[in-house]
Design a binder for this molecule. Structure first.
Ligand code: HEM
Length: 513
């Protein structure tokens, strides 16, 4: 080869390597520094952070050092879930106030639990405040409704949200009742085998209830295939959850580690299974029932997405599963734990159910009328909010909560610390007091917007009516047939997996009424 050509090639190689290293240096060092100093100028402080890991190390060590010791069943004195789940956020909140900055990997995160920010989260419709662009959840969510922003998100929201409006959800009451019957039958069998009392982990049963409801709502007559898909999604979640924090480290999710390879394989299998159901429905040429899958498929066809059609269908099926399954199942389990711990509330809710339903299945209006039931569910969602964080990112420079937030900064509202903040909820913030909701949600806290288990603003949960109806139907079936007490085996240890769940399950003693 000509020496001149070699020189040219070497120069090009050198230039490419130099610009690669320069952009890496910019992303990992200069940009985080620039964002921090902009926030500091706005008066926002936070714990010092290190190169590449940010505050990951503090986060892990504080979690293990400060983690509350699990409490045995009846000795639960506090429901301060934040001390178990996010001790680092509690510490930094006490040190720096409700707004502070910390970092995960090279991403700078603004923790914003200030009342101004809460109001703005609820009212801000700007596309500049969107979902985080960091892709550590990619394997689960792809570019579905939960992970997307701007026009891509708006299109998906327009398609999916109306399918979960109150009127549509009323039509799903029957399928929810079938699933509640299934659980009641399983409990009856277990009680019979136990000679009149069953000792069990109730979260196993709430999981099968919520999974069954969602399966029928999504896959309708393709129930068996849907079940296979849900099992694979569960596997994916189990592999991803323990390594989720590591996925924040830049480049980590591309390394062919054992867990990454499993994640990639499961992703492929799930995609193939969902598309197989879609293809079979197309080939059957009969009019398929309008379950959520069918709505997603038909709207994808109408939108003429071309090559993106398959990922639109697959991603949104996955999104519905990840948004709607664990959230509802842990909420049902935590509520039964609280009712077992406070028998006087169990009696009150049961009395209301018997008075309103009188042995019949309640319709949507009767469910809406039951005030004590709603108060208990609201209080349970306050203390044990399954979705611990409402995440956003400044996709452009935005003013948020009175602070100029530069593009690229992540914005977190932490529901767990927000719902337990004594400045907002009073000195008894960590106590189970359903009466706070006696005048509805707006009267529960002195600061409006401080209660948001379903998030707030344009991205607010589209499944909240579905979830509330599901929880009410489940509790009506459980409380009108069974009595629940806490088993001495129960160890109270709220734990952050993808949602806030009971680390060792919830052990209850169940008898027939
Ligand atoms: C107790 C049960 C549930 C809780 C606590 C819950 C909580 C949440 C929260 C906190 C958000 C984020 C809102 C925000 O960013 O402002 C959310 C979003 C979402 N939820 Fe739920 N959820 C529950 C059940 C469900 C169910 C049953 C479904 C579907 C059937 C569902 C579907 C969604 C979807 C699709 C989104 C994304 C909305 C968007 O970005 O536009 N959720 N949920």
């Amino acid at each position: 080869m000509e020496p001149l050509l070699i020189n040219v090639l070497l120069t090009i190689l050198l230039l490419v390597s130099f610009s690669f290293l320069a952009s890496l240096f910019n992303a990992l060092v200069l940009e985080p520094k620039r964002l921090r100093s902009k926030l500091e100028k706005e008066g926002i402080k936070g714990p010092p952070h290190s190169f590449l890991l940010g505050n990951m190390w503090d986060l892990l060590s504080l979690k293990f050092k400060n983690s509350k010791r699990p409490q045995q069943g009846q000795q639960i004195l506090t429901h301060n879930c934040a001390a178990f789940v996010f001790p680092f956020l509690v510490k930094w909140r006490n040190q720096y106030g409700p707004s502070f900055v910390f970092s995960l990997g090279n991403l700078q995160i603004l923790h914003m639990n200030h009342p101004n920010a809460l109001k703005e989260l609820s009212t801000c419709t700007s596309f500049e405040l969107g979902r985080p662009t960091h892709h550590h959840y990619d394997a689960m969510l792809g570019e579905g409704i939960i992970a997307s922003s701007g026009r891509v998100w708006a299109r998906q929201r327009k398609i999916l949200a109306p399918e979960l409006f109150v009127d549509k959800v009323k039509g799903m009451r029957k399928l929810m009742e079938e699933s509640a019957f299934m659980v009641a039958n399983a409990l009856n069998e277990k009680i019979e085998k136990g000679g009149g009392v069953a000792e069990l982990k109730i979260d196993d049963y709430t999981r099968s209830f919520a999974g069954d409801v969602l399966l029928k709502a999504c896959f309708g007559t393709n129930y068996a295939q849907g079940k296979e898909i849900f099992l694979k999604l569960r596997d994916l979640q189990d592999v991803l959850a323990p390594v989720l924090l590591l996925q924040w480290i830049p480049g980590m999710r591309y390394l062919p580690t054992k867990s990454n390879r499993r994640i990639w394989r499961l992703e492929k299998e799930i995609k193939a299974l969902i598309l197989k159901v879609v293809k079979e429905r197309e080939e059957a040429k009969s009019n398929p029932e309008k379950d959520l899958l069918q709505i997603i498929v038909e709207s994808a066809e109408r939108s003429d997405l071309g090559q993106q059609t398959d990922s639109f269908i697959v991603d949104n099926c996955k999104n519905i599963y990840f948004a709607g399954y664990e959230t509802t199942s842990v909420s049902a389990a935590w509520t039964l734990m609280l009712l077992a711990l406070y028998p006087e509330w169990q009696d009150k809710v049961r009395a209301e159910i018997l008075e309103n339903c009188g042995g019949l299945l309640p319709d949507a209006d009767t469910l809406r009328r039951m005030k004590t039931l709603a108060m208990v569910i609201n209080e349970s969602l306050r203390l044990y909010s399954p979705a611990a964080i409402v995440p956003r990112e400044a996709l452009g420079d935005v003013k948020f909560g009175g602070i100029n937030v530069p593009k690229g900064v992540g914005v977190f509202v932490s529901l767990i610390t927000l719902h337990l903040d004594p400045d907002l909820w009073g000195p008894d913030a960590d106590k189970f007091i359903p009466e706070r909701f006696a005048d509805g949600i707006s009267g529960a806290c002195k600061v409006p917007y401080a209660y948001m288990p379903f998030g707030a603003g344009p991205h607010t949960c589209i499944g909240q009516h579905f979830a509330m109806m599901e929880l009410k139907i489940f509790l009506v079936h459980m409380l009108s047939n069974f009595a629940f007490t806490l088993s001495p085996k129960y160890i109270h240890s709220p734990f952050m997996n993808l949602v806030v769940e009971p680390e060792f399950g919830i052990d209850l003693l169940v008898t027939r009424l």
